[in-house]
Design a protein around this ligand. Sequence first.
Ligand code: PEP
Length: 233
Amino acid sequence: MIVAANLKTNLTRQETLEYVETLSNTNIAQGTKVLVFPATSSLNSFNTSLTIGAQNAYPTKNGAFTGEIGLVHLQEFNIKSILLGHSERRHILGETQEKIVEKFNFFKEQGFEIVYCVGERLQEREAGLEATLAYIQKQYEGIDTSYEKLTVAYEPVWAIGTGLVPTLVDIETIHSELKKLSSAPLLYGGSVKLNNVKDIYNVPNVDGVLVGSAALEVKDFSAMVEIANSISK
Ligand code: PEP
């Protein structure tokens, strides 16, 4: 199982150091992989065997891109994993598929592990399965779905941070369809909590979870890792 924490715009540098230090004491079984995506200004040289990734970066080594960070800023901390296509970047920050593809290709070229997020909005969900899949399919356009360091995260936009979760059957249905588009590991994300994570891990074609708000409490996220340790798939 892959267990990933997206800390978003939370936790200061000091809080993140403490978070990673505490989480690093969690037992991680052989089949479990843990990733943490801290806020950009909280990236650091962590003394940990956890995988630390960036939530975002500009597709450049360095240059004139005010407010952005580039490859050199990630290399400074030996960061080789990145989250791309997150719904907050697509829908709040206006990142286009074209820009996401540019980032994907740049970081692929650099050999980064990429966690690539896809997911439908409420309007597609309400329009039915066909509309949902058609919308998600567009988010695969331009993406090398056979990239060996790719992990996909299915995150319905309407489930992120809302406490709403699709039924387990719905997760299974979408995941089995998405596995036809890419055989990469496929995470589920969107209101994953300590009380629903085990059921989600056990859904066929779910290879792990991407957790936002419930990951902010390190005790809870660590417990999710421990539950993942006990799942054999
Ligand atoms: C996310 O934004 O990636 C996410 C899954 O958030 P939450 O767990 O808060 O729904």
